[in-house]
Design a protein around this ligand. Structure first.
Ligand SMILES: Cc1cc2nc3c(=O)[nH]c(=O)nc-3n(C[C@H](O)[C@H](O)[C@H](O)COP(=O)(O)O)c2cc1C
Length: 335
């Protein structure tokens, strides 16, 4: 139904306008309690997964960037996600890159995006998070600094966002590659020492870019061990467009800069999860993300060593039913 009827209509509209339509729809849906009950009943999948120090309703999560501003995460959870990551969140509001900045590559089941850090800033987001203290899913925050911050200000930005959201979310994610490696190391150290002052420890994950070379990955693993990082999300988008078989050079140049998400990155992210599973050690939680488009992909990511799965593009390309389908596929496989 989604692919045959709804998607062809939605895909005639600019991706960010569809996003806005969906979000406006979900803001209305929020007030329709009987409809919400039906939707939850249809989509929600509660299996009680116990993973190190985490309890989750299931293994499928929504990746960062979908609900950057924490507007409708609670409504999105009704589609059956076990965890949802909001953000990327920065201290101050950011407009991100000029539009258009998201492009669908339908024949490749992929997206090219260069949204930047567009978000309304930590104060607005913290207020929105206070609205839902009771949740049946885990909530994560992907955090970063203001793009203009450098040096000590950069570290303070991370610490400020971390502390402001500490009691409002269940875990944090920081993106390797979004700041210089020396700064990243300092951020890890500072967040670890901030966390040591809290009564309830919350997990911190490092999200890796799809293009990370193996020698760098080894260094990130060491850094993660030294700072009691709890796990990895692998991966974010790739800059490599060679896996997009339907996009020629001219079209690619015309689209301009941007990372590739979706089917085009599946192999890269699976390989990184597989490497982490073999080399990082059992203490880390591994969240496979990137190019998980089908239940078969989800199963392959679990087989590669992922404990959990995050999706973004699959939600756009296959609609909400994909969450349940992936859940069914991996739970059958794990049993
Ligand atoms: C339009 C768009 C915006 C994104 N924004 C963010 C973001 O703000 N922070 C982040 O860590 N990842 C962001 N991502 C990356 C996704 O979280 C995810 O890692 C990536 O899309 C790979 O997953 P997928 O192949 O399932 O889409 C974004 C992706 C897209 C397509």
């Amino acid at each position: 139904m989604y692919k045959a009827i709804i998607r062809p209509v939605l895909f005639k509209i600019d991706p960010e306008n569809v996003h806005e339509l969906l979000f406006n729809g979900l803001k209305t849906y929020k007030h329709l309690s009987p409809v919400r009950a039906i939707c939850r009943n249809n989509y929600c999948n509660t299996q009680k997964i116990h993973l190190r120090n985490m309890e989750l309703a299931n293994r499928i999560g929504l990746a960062a960037g979908f609900d950057k501003a924490a507007e409708v995460y609670d409504e999105l959870a009704d589609f059956g996600f076990g965890f949802i990551e909001i953000g990327t969140v920065t201290p101050h509001a950011q407009t991100g890159n000029p539009k258009p900045r998201i492009f669908r590559l339908v024949e490749d089941d992929s997206l090219i995006s260069r949204t930047g850090f567009n978000n309304p800033g930590i104060d607005v987001i913290a207020d929105r998070l206070k609205a839902h203290s009771e949740r049946s899913y885990l909530l994560g925050a992907n955090i970063n600094r203001d793009p203009s911050s450098t040096g000590e200000q950069l570290i303070s930005d991370f610490v400020y966002v971390f502390n402001t959201l500490y009691d409002l979310v269940d875990y944090f994610t920081i993106n390797w590659g979004s700041i210089e490696p020396e700064d990243f190391k300092l951020v890890c150290e500072r967040l670890e020492s901030e966390r040591a002052t809290k009564s309830v420890p919350k997990n911190i994950f490092i999200k890796l870019p799809a293009d990370i070379p193996t020698d760098v990955l080894d260094k990130v693993i060491d850094l993660a061990k030294a700072n009691h990082i709890n796990g990895f999300i692998a991966t974010g988008p790739t800059m490599d467009r060679s896996l997009l078989t339907h996009l020629n050079k001219e079209e690619s140049d015309k689209l301009g800069a941007g990372g590739v998400s979706g089917k085009g990155i599946g192999e890269k992210s699976r390989n990184i999860i597989s490497y982490l599973a073999q080399h990082a050690g059992d203490e880390f939680i591994l969240i496979g993300a990137g190019g998980i488009m089908t239940p078969k992909d989800a199963k392959a990511m679990i087989e590669a060593g992922a404990d959990l799965i995050q999706i973004y593009s699959a939600f756009i390309y296959s609609g909400p039913g994909i969450v349940r389908e992936m859940n069914n596929a991996i739970e059958k496989h794990i049993k």
